[in-house]
Design a protein. Structure first.
Length: 196
């Protein structure tokens, strides 16, 4: 193996180990995370990200290290608004605090899977139909205008959303949390519990 291949292999292993521990894949317990625990975890992950910046600074060059740091800081700032979205969703669906970590685990895994699917499909569509960039651009402009002109008094009702209505048709929602499960689908041969 070349030194570059070894570097990519080590990088991939570190990322997988970090994801496993960050998402608590080995943790079976449902407990509410305290502010102190969340703070220490945040400090650890930020230190790890900045540590990689220092590694790039010495191992590669200043330009690559600064490009990474710029991308890291941008992603970090963009992810802050996700926290407010999560809080709104959890409050709207009355998710108990002890289930936050499991719900977030499921959400993050689905986000990774769908991001890979959508990016792959998007690249393929752009390669085949270059004009579709104008459609994507128009959609972004429309979304931006809609967000900008939305009134403060307009409240989001998740139960009126088409996805919620479709899920309600396909699955029977459990009104109380059963263990770590959130969604129940009843069939003739029993109950299937989708654990989060």
């Amino acid at each position: 193996m070349t030194p570059d291949q070894i570097s990519y292999l080590v990088f991939g292993i570190v990322i997988v180990i970090a994801l496993v521990f960050d998402m608590g894949l080995f943790s079976k317990k449902n407990t509410a995370i305290t502010i102190k625990t969340a703070l220490w975890q945040s400090v650890f992950w930020v230190a790890l990200g900045l540590g990689f910046f220092v590694f790039l600074l010495f191992e590669e060059n200043k330009t690559i290290a600064l490009e990474y740091l710029s991308a890291y800081l941008m992603e970090k700032s963009l992810s802050i608004d996700n926290i407010f979205v999560f809080i709104l969703i959890f409050n709207a669906f009355r998710v108990k605090e002890i289930y936050y970590s499991r719900a977030l685990l499921f959400g993050v895994l689905m986000a990774i899977i769908f991001r890979v699917i959508f990016i792959t499909l998007g690249v393929e569509l752009v390669n085949r139909f270059h004009w579709i960039l104008y459609v994507f651009g128009a959609f972004l402009v429309y979304t931006g205008i809609k967000m900008f002109t939305a009134g403060d008094d307009e409240e989001f009702d998740p139960k009126a959303h088409p996805v919620y209505k479709w899920m309600k048709k396909c699955c029977r929602w459990c009104r109380t949390m059963a263990g770590a499960g959130i969604l129940l689908k009843k069939r003739a041969n029993g109950v299937i519990l989708c654990c989060l």
